[in-house]
Design a protein. Structure first.
Length: 182
């Protein structure tokens, strides 16, 4: 297995780096290299856990992309305060009014995000266990439909997709009820 994994890294590392750097230009080269390394670890763990049999580039790239999006999301939570020429001419610093308005927007955004997270959590909590498990397996654990079908004793990947589709519809209805009280 070690030889296969080493060959996989040799064959696809630069390709992954090129793909990620073209899609996620806001991430530094160092961040992208860290993401690729973390993706190797995740891929190896998934092989060891028998979620997949061997390394596949599309699966690996999906892991890389998900980790890249998480990294971008973390970057978005940091406040970047720029100094423009007027600030420098006026006080040689950023005005406190601007800082306070940025902080207020960030606090309001964080509050809205937390409310949405709670609504999603409540909606999921009101769903049948099987639906929660199917949706969690696909979206959070990133398992394939075939793997999910095997895991839950479903006929095949299409059956798992259909069941998950019904679960998504149930989730939408539950969320709508929580949002609008219908």
């Amino acid at each position: 297995m070690e030889k296969i994994f080493a060959q996989f890294i040799k064959d696809y590392e630069q390709k992954a780096m090129n793909t990620l750097s073209s899609r996620y230009s806001v991430l530094s080269e160092e961040s992208l290299r860290d993401i690729i390394q973390d993706s190797y670890v995740t891929l190896y763990e998934n092989i060891a856990a028998k979620k997949i049999n061997e390394p596949h580039y599309p699966y690996f790239l999906k892991i890389c992309m998900n980790l890249s999006l998480k990294a971008i999301s973390r970057q978005g939570k940091h406040i970047v305060v720029g100094i423009n020429e007027n600030d420098i001419q006026q006080k040689d610093t950023v005005s406190m009014h601007k800082v306070e308005s940025i902080l207020q927007v960030c606090d309001e955004h964080e509050s809205i995000v937390n409310e949405k997270k709670q609504l999603v959590h409540d909606a999921l909590g009101n769903m049948p266990t099987r639906c929660r498990e199917l949706l969690w397996s696909f979206y959070a654990n990133e398992l394939s439909w075939a793997t999910i079908a095997d895991q839950y004793g479903l006929k095949n990947a299409d059956t798992a997709k259909s069941a998950a589709s019904r679960c998504r519809q149930t989730f939408k209805e539950k969320l709508k009820n929580l949002l609008y009280g219908k």
